[in-house]
Ligand binder design. Structure first.
Ligand code: DGJ
Length: 696
């Protein structure tokens, strides 16, 4: 049987005609109508020859490649049976079923090794491919699993690689390389994806950009240890692979037990990185937990740090309400004994010294100012200097002799008593106080215990809390953007993109985090003029223009802002409220420019009737007169009015005379705006100008 799955410009052809493990013979641009494709000829024509000094049959990459198939690249499965020792795994395919449109379930068995695997594969209507393996030990003695990975073929023309690295406050730094022979493998051993997470691994035709080039991307929807790799062999095969990174002995399956891998998400685009987002974002939105407009947040962290008292925070509430903030989030520092970042994690009771009457007086002020209330927690963490650690040292993961990290250790969520205690504490807080939102932090690597067990328990905890408290929103934070992945995204409504509020850093972090994650998830805050993480000073207009393109908020002591600054912030919040329906539902686009100092990005409404763009100068341009601004993603046949969207003073420029069109805007077709573009204003470095684009 040969299956052709088609969706949203993508085709996948699966050859399940033989007795062995099915093979993807094609994954890429749409091949056209089902009945126009002669599937058996296609499969036959792609059967490779038998080469010299090789196996006596053609070798193809199957959906679960093993040595027994002649696959000498990284295999899809690793494991052994201690009672037997090493075993050679060789599967036969016993069933292929289409249980719903564009989904295929494949059953494989290795009768000799007493192992079966079910593969689930789906090409969603948005063109996103997802695969998952489930392995069952059908024998009677334990089976030790070391890897169960998804591996997908990529074509020879995918010669260039883009993935990400990063560090605290500088997440999602892109890195590019040319694929040689061998394995380029990225591993996360942090017990969370980490700041250096490979995030989205993209291979493509040389020079691919945001708007051009063919690209194939893979992401592992998992919040624990994982690996993603690209392999090109001297034999001519090339593949991308991904799976959970299992430690020795971490998954030991007794007879009859199963292990299910996380979903591996894979996307093809013939139109660069924006083409990936154009499939990923609608798909994520189809299952997203996000409901309703994303409220403007005020988060207290960089405003007051641990300096909590009712009067200080009440002044902040009043200032926040006066500019139009909708949610007040009390960050770290509110719980028993938490005077700095070295103690009290685990003691999830409101601190009686700072809050003699509990949080009620503060929440009453928040609510009477018309805002809802959010609270910071870091439930998976415990400071040794806490009542919890003193009472239950056995609830902590890893060795007591191992060094702490930010003075903290990890609560073993896989311990049922610890789990039950934590669940009770969190639900007690949620019922004692009207909490609309939890900022859920995670400020250290695990470095001990089982990442697998901890991640499963975390998901169970989040699921149980959401079920117990319908409507509760949760933000995933891990020292900023250390835990942003599509496993956690199904359980949270926002991610804290990075601890840096420096707009220059943020432009890049949001640009690349946003390739995978839709903007409505990306917490983006207006910080103080001098960024706390970098010491760099930025103009208010640049900070505001940057924070607009996400789930916007403020993290600054607004009581210190001048009247003029507050007026500008109020105007910005008004614009955010007017535009957020578009910003959080539209198509994210970027122009491919020739000058890395100048960027244009925007969001175009799904019906292409309007858009908001930001033209950003990150540094001094290469030329005195920068290139024309070209607007991608509009309908070429419609006419649009382009106007500057000014919040407060105009951005700083070097020009003696501004481009003529800027005075009253201009009306041109989408085709002209994309191909010819408009003369760009001469922004000084670290400035941005916003434009609205509306069909007329
Ligand atoms: C790390 C987070 O990323 C910050 O935003 C803040 O919540 C601190 N933790 C609080 O300890």
């Amino acid at each position: 049987m040969i299956r052709h799955l088609r969706a949203a410009g993508t085709s996948l052809v699966l050859d399940a005609s033989g007795p062995g493990v099915p093979v993807i013979v094609y994954w890429g641009a749409d091949l056209g109508a089902q009945d126009a494709v002669d599937l058996s000829s296609l499969a036959r024509a792609s059967m490779p020859p038998v080469g010299p000094s090789s196996l006596d049959v053609p070798v193809r990459l199957s959906l679960l490649p093993t040595l027994a198939e002649g696959w000498s690249g990284r295999p899809g499965l690793g494991g052994f049976r201690p009672s037997v020792g090493q075993i050679d795994l060789a599967f036969e395919c016993v069933a292929v079923r289409e249980e719903a449109a564009n989904t295929v379930a494949i059953d494989l068995v290795d009768r000799h090794a007493s192992v079966s695997v079910r593969i689930d594969l789906e090409l969603t209507v948005q063109g996103v491919l997802r695969l998952q393996h489930a392995l069952t030990n059908t024998g009677e003695t334990p089976f030790e699993l070391s890897a169960l990975d998804v591996i997908l073929p990529i074509p020879d023309r995918a010669q260039e690689l883009l993935d990400f690295t990063g560090l605290w406050s500088h997440e999602r730094r892109p890195q590019r390389s040319v694929l040689g022979h061998g394995v380029w493998s990225r591993e996360s051993r942090h017990g969370r994806p980490g700041h250096d997470d490979s995030f989205l691994t993209v291979v493509g035709t040389p020079g691919f950009g945001f708007r051009q080039g063919e690209v194939w991307a893979v992401h592992e929807a998992w919040s624990g240890d994982k690996r993603v790799w690209v392999e090109r062999s001297a034999l001519g095969h090339a593949a991308v692979g991904a799976g959970e990174l299992l430690a020795p002995g971490e998954v030991s399956l007794a007879g009859g037990e199963s292990y299910r891998s996380p979903w591996t998400i894979a996307v093809y685009s013939g139109a660069g990185l924006d083409g990936l987002s154009a499939r990923l974002h609608p798909w994520i939105r189809s299952w997203s937990t996000v409901t309703g407009p994303r409220p403007v947040v005020l988060n207290t962290w960089e405003a007051v740090y641990f300096d909590h008292d009712l009067e200080t925070l009440s002044r902040l509430v009043t200032a926040a309400a006066s500019v139009g903030v909708e949610r007040f989030v009390l960050d770290d520092g509110w719980f028993s004994g938490r005077t700095d970042d070295q103690r009290a994690l685990g003691d999830w009771f409101v601190d009686a010294t700072s809050w003699p009457n509990g949080l009620h007086p503060l929440i009453e002020r928040v609510q009477s100012a018309g805002l809802d209330f959010g609270l910071w927690v870091e439930p998976e963490m415990v400071n040794p200097d806490s009542n919890l650690a003193r009472a239950h040292p056995d609830w902590l993961l890893g060795s007591a002799a191992a060094p702490t990290w930010r003075g903290q250790r990890v609560l073993d969520l896989g311990n049922p008593e610890a789990f039950a205690w934590l669940f009770e504490r969190l639900t007690a807080l949620l019922s004692d106080y009207p909490i609309a939102y939890l900022k859920w932090d995670h400020n250290r690597d695990l470095l001990g215990g089982s990442s697998h067990r901890q991640t499963i328990a975390l998901y169970k905890l989040l699921d149980a809390l959401r079920a117990a408290q319908p409507g509760l929103e949760i933000e995933s934070c891990a020292s900023g953007g250390g835990r942003i992945d599509l496993g956690i995204l199904g359980r949270v409504d926002r991610v804290w993109t990075s601890d840096t509020n420096d707009p220059l850093e943020r432009q890049q972090i949001q640009r690349y985090t946003g390739v995978l994650v839709p903007p409505e998830y990306l917490g983006s805050h207006l910080g103080a003029a001098t960024a706390h993480t970098t010491g760099r000073a930025s103009a208010l207009g640049f900070r505001l223009a940057t924070a607009l393109f996400g789930s916007a908020g403020i993290e600054w002591d607004l009581t210190q802002a001048s009247e003029a600054e507050r007026d500008q912030i109020r105007a910005w919040i008004t614009i955010y409220k007017q535009q957020r329906a578009l910003l959080h539902s539209g198509t994210v686009v970027h122009a491919d420019g020739s000058d890395p100092a100048i960027e244009l990005h925007g969001v175009v409404a799904a019906d292409q009737s309007s858009a908001v763009f930001a033209h950003v100068a990150l540094a001094a341009p290469r030329t005195a007169l920068p290139a024309q601004i070209r607007f991608p993603g509009l309908d070429p046949a419609r006419r649009y009015q382009v106007r500057p969207l000014v919040v407060g003073p105009l951005p700083r420029t070097l020009q003696t005379v501004a481009p003529l069109w800027l005075a009253d805007g201009v009306v041109l077709s989408g085709a002209i705006l994309a191909r010819v573009g408009l003369a760009a204003p001469l922004l000084t470095p670290e400035q941005a100008i916003l434009f609205t684009v509306d069909a007329v």
